[in-house]
Design a protein around this ligand. Structure first.
Ligand SMILES: CC(C)(COP(=O)(O)OP(=O)(O)OC[C@H]1O[C@@H](n2cnc3c(N)ncnc32)[C@H](O)[C@@H]1OP(=O)(O)O)[C@@H](O)C(=O)NCCC(=O)NCCS
Length: 199
């Protein structure tokens, strides 16, 4: 069990502080994955994992040029651990960080605190084994318990794998941000927005 710290005066009404229970799932290839809250001691492995993912896909916002120091990653994890409205969920396979998923609502203004958003990235060797689907399924379950009413995400056009996963879990397309991403070769890609009702 990896409890998030509760600071009652910062808890927005209707959003419930959640203890993220560790969950063990079996992947399609028979391996086990542990889904749990990211801890500060995971920072190095999380950076190593992200460094690989950045070279593997053009479908995430960060590129190899974007560096995160160990201290910055530790601070980032600490921020999630201290947050009442955001969660960093990581997947451990064979003792390694296979990927991570963040969800919740950082700003939590009164008029927008009913909405949560999600981002996910897995290292390539752990993809297509059902891990992404199960991590998001768990994120949906947690967001419902936290009291969020809508769950939102975006994917970059052409990321048909991500779309397949999001669609089967109940997300529907709601819009598009043109030229959301600009690549080193000067080309652009749109972001497709999706969301689902959690009520
Ligand atoms: C997108 C991502 C989270 C999905 O997680 P995952 O664990 O790979 O997905 P799953 O194994 O649960 O499901 C993938 C499904 O897409 C299918 N698929 C794979 N490649 C596909 C493609 N090019 N087009 C359509 N479907 C595809 C798989 O067959 C599988 O379907 P099935 O379960 O019916 O066989 C993960 O691949 C990932 O992190 N990719 C790199 C970063 C990224 O794209 N992040 C998302 C940013 S929005």
């Amino acid at each position: 069990m990896f409890p998030h710290r509760l600071t009652s005066e910062r808890v927005p009404s209707h959003i419930n502080f959640m203890k993220i229970e560790e969950k063990i799932i079996t992947l399609k290839d028979g391996r086990s994955a542990v889904l749990r809250s990211g801890q500060v001691t995971d920072a190095l492995q999380l950076n190593t994992c992200f460094d690989k993912i950045k070279t593997q896909t053009k479908f995430i916002a960060v590129s190899p040029e974007d560096k995160t120091s160990l201290e910055e990653q530790e601070e980032r994890i600490e921020r999630y651990l201290n947050s009442d409205t955001e969660v960093l969920l990581i997947a451990i396979v064979d003792g390694e960080v296979a990927g991570s998923c963040t969800f919740g609502n950082r700003k939590s203004t009164k008029r927008t605190k009913h909405r949560a958003s999600l981002g996910i990235a897995l290292e390539d060797s752990y993809t297509n084994a059902g891990l992404g689907t199960e991590m998001i399924r768990y994120a949906i379950e947690i967001c419902k318990k936290m009291g969020f009413e809508r769950f939102e995400l975006g994917y970059i056009e052409g990321n048909n794998r991500a779309r397949k996963v999001y669609t089967r879990l109940g997300f529907v397309e709601t819009g598009r941000i043109p030229q959301c991403m600009k690549y080193n070769d000067g080309t652009y890609a749109d972001e497709i927005l999706m969301s689902m009702n959690l009520l």
